[in-house]
Design a protein around this ligand. Structure first.
Ligand code: PLP
Length: 351
């Protein structure tokens, strides 16, 4: 065997078990497929593709469409294969060997994971016991580590908590480097850091088609940021990294914002319904601004509850073994019928 890079030896991969179950509520996907009209429009455009040609390297039309949706020009948008690849591209350009990346834990594991894979030093700040972020801790981490990149996830994953706007503004005031707001779930929340974007500010906002847009299978995400930042990403990305079908899929999806908004409204109301149902049981529930809810049973271990649910063919995310999340599980909001099954199972197990 050939030894891998020394700094990779201690790293483990990212695991999210794909088990065959009736009710799948573990990966924060949309429970509903994209609109049928999107499928038809996509099929029609696919039939006209010149398959022997490379795709548009700049993904111009897609970037224009995304920019138009957010009221910014195309040169403030960079798209890639899922927002994970967007994050990787950002970290390749702004972090990497000899540079430092800060996170506030618990948060999305891929931030630290990708940062380490590209060779950066990761500094982990700590959230309060209720998963909110203390401004003093934020200042402590920034002053001590002087990070080149600092992440805030809002709504945060796996907690669901929305970061208040003033926290992002405070961070921008003190951060010496880039501030990345990961907004994979922003449509489910009541504010977005997009409103803070400014050519003079080192703030960038990442989004994905995987969750709200019902397009996890497509693997498409993007970042909106100042033009000086976007042009650096264009240097790092591989040539033609976005295939032609994906460019079309994303551009067409944006014609269906009304349908997307309808799905978001349904999921938000279902989120509140299952949160209330869980609060009427011996369960601690973290208030969520996303399409999932983090919860902790009071009378049985988290792992035991996860297993009981799985026995009923209901799969939720087992966070109980993750640092700082003892006994916690995370449930993705499903269809009303799936949520009924989930709540009924909880009532049966916990009563
Ligand atoms: C799901 C998720 C992503 C990754 O999305 P992809 O676009 O599917 O790669 C990024 N950030 C957070 C916080 C997520 O939960």
């Amino acid at each position: 065997m050939i030894p891998v890079r020394d700094d990779l030896r201690a790293l483990e991969g990212y695991h999210s078990p794909q088990v065959d179950v009736r009710v799948r509520l573990n990966t924060n996907e949309s429970p509903l497929p994209p609109p049928a009209a999107w499928r038809d429009a996509f099929a029609a455009e696919l039939s006209r593709i010149e398959w022997h040609r490379y795709p548009d390297r700049q993904a111009t039309e897609l970037r224009e469409a995304i920019g138009a949706m957010h009221g910014v020009p195309a040169d403030m948008v960079f798209a890639a294969n899922g927002s994970n690849e967007v994050l990787q591209t950002i970290l390749l350009a702004y972090a990497g060997f000899g540079r430092t990346v800060a996170t506030f834990e618990p948060t999305y594991q891929m931030h630290a994971q990708i940062a380490r894979v590209v060779g950066s030093t990761v500094v982990e700040g700590e959230r309060n016991a209720d998963f909110t972020l203390d401004p003093a801790e934020m200042r402590r981490v920034v002053d001590a580590a002087r990070p080149h990149v600092v992440f805030l996830t809002s709504p945060n994953n796996p907690t669901g908590l929305v970061e208040p706007a003033e926290r992002v503004v405070e961070l921008l005031d003190i951060a010496p480097g880039l501030v990345v707001a990961d907004e994979a779930y922003a449509q489910f929340a009541d504010w977005s850091a997009l409103s803070l974007l400014d050519e003079q500010r080192p703030l960038v906002v990442t989004r994905t088609f995987s969750k709200t847009w019902s397009m996890a299978a497509v693997r498409l995400g993007y970042v909106v940021g100042p033009t000086w930042f976007i042009s650096e990403l264009d240097k790092v990305a591989l040539p033609y990294h976005l295939d032609v079908a994906k460019q079309i899929a994303g551009r067409l999806a944006l014609r269906f914002t009304d349908e997307m908004d309808d799905r978001v409204r349904l999921i938000v109301s279902e989120r509140e319904r299952i949160s209330d149902a869980m609060r009427s049981l011996p369960i601690d529930v973290t208030p969520s601004g996303a399409n999932f809810v983090l919860f902790r049973p009071q009378t049985i271990g988290g792992r035991a509850l996860w297993a009981e649910l799985l026995e009923r063919s209901i799969l939720v995310r087992d966070c109980s073994g993750w640092p700082r999340l003892a006994d916690c599980l995370r449930v993705t909001v499903g269809t009303p019928a799936e949520n009924d099954e989930f709540v009924a199972a909880l009532q049966e197990i916990l009563r």
